[in-house]
Design a protein around this ligand. Structure first.
Ligand code: 6GU
Length: 253
């Protein structure tokens, strides 16, 4: 899978993604990440890529010309395989990114990201590139680079071969729409805190039951909004109801 990132800070993208699992996948040739510097495409003699907003107001706006020419160069690089690649513009004004969007994006061969800076991007560039506008959450960052890296990380680990066999993409947070259960490794006792004995019992079915219960407890405590779409057995639904009743949060009392 190929990611092309149009940005004013290409080093930030490459430095971040060359490390760890994404870096290994790049080295193996499973992923390609190419950061393209928008500034290289400006026609402005001083290298400017932004200007004052029409209508006034604070801040600067990224101009359409360097972005559109940068985009044309990226499309040329990809070559004509018929299909227009999806273009994602990172902006707090976008749809909030989630795991099901990541699954959809992971099916693509090429994705182009546009990282904004300053007060935003000339709307005509977004129109001409037919961007999908995506945010990573309800807070404001200085630019789209970290959001693009977050999306690339999240999408990459769903691409076959990126995770090793011990790094399953399946058994993890949001499986069945539940948060993950607590994990422990050696030693059995650390600073007076013990590993829950059931995990040392070797009784696989009991361990699984305990983990599911901890997942349900944690989800109820931290992310009760996820429980509406959680996949639970009848026994687990009963367990959830008992927790809700004990906490006095049950709707069906
Ligand atoms: Cl995608 N960009 C910026 N600048 N801030 C954000 C964001 C994106 N998502 C959340 N906050």
């Amino acid at each position: 899978m190929n990611f092309y990132v149009m940005t004013l800070f290409p080093d930030m993208i490459m430095d971040g993604l060359k490390t760890s699992i994404t870096g290994r996948a790049i080295d193996k040739g499973i992923l390609k990440v190419e950061a393209v510097n928008i500034r290289d495409y400006t026609n402005e003699k001083h290298g400017h890529v932004d200007d004052y907003p029409y209508g006034g107001g604070a801040g600067m706006v990224m101009q359409a010309q360097p972005i559109c020419d940068c985009y044309d160069a990226v499309v040329k690089k990809i070559g004509d395989e018929g299909k227009k690649p999806r273009v994602i513009y990172l902006t707090p004004q976008g749809k909030v990114f989630n795991q099901s969007m990541a699954k959809e994006y992971a099916k693509e061969e090429n994705i182009i990201f546009l990282c904004g800076h300053y007060e935003g991007v000339d709307e005509r560039a977004l129109e001409l590139l037919d961007t999908e506008n995506v945010s990573i959450g309800d807070y404001v960052l200085t630019g789209g680079e970290l959001p693009a890296m977050i999306m690339i990380d999240c999408i990459s680990r769903l691409v076959p071969g990126v995770l090793g066999k011990d790094e399953s993409a399946d058994i993890e947070s949001f499986h069945d729409n539940l948060l993950e259960y607590p994990q422990y490794t050696r030693p059995v006792e650390y600073k007076g805190l013990e590993v829950p004995p059931i995990l040392l019992s070797g009784h696989h079915a009991n361990v699984e039951k305990w983990r599911r219960e901890k997942s349900i407890e944690r989800t109820l405590r931290v992310r009760p909004d996820l429980l509406e779409n959680a996949v639970l057995s009848e026994k687990e639904k009963k367990y959830l109801r008992s927790l809700e009743e004990a906490a006095g949060t049950s709707d069906n009392l």
